[in-house]
Design a protein. Structure first.
Length: 73
């Protein structure tokens, strides 16, 4: 194993863990719904929720101080 493999493998592992963790959460939610005799949401629902959350803008109050506003610029 050379240097590229020592760098690429940990990065790939992080990407796989971050990429599949919403799928695991969706699977758990689906199983919990089945145990409660419900249909439950799709196993891909956490991905939809993340995509929707990333599309939102930050909301800053008009009465916020200049220090608070500086963090959002």
């Amino acid at each position: 194993m050379g240097l590229p493999a020592e760098i690429i493998l940990p990065i790939l592992q992080i990407l796989v863990i971050v990429g599949f963790s919403p799928l695991v959460k969706g699977f758990i939610n689906k199983i919990e719904a089945r145990f409660q005799c419900r249909r439950g949401a799709s196993i891909f629902q956490p991905y939809y929720n993340l995509f929707k959350l990333l599309q939102k803008d930050a909301v800053v109050s008009e009465t916020a101080s200049w220090i608070f506003r500086a963090n959002f610029k």
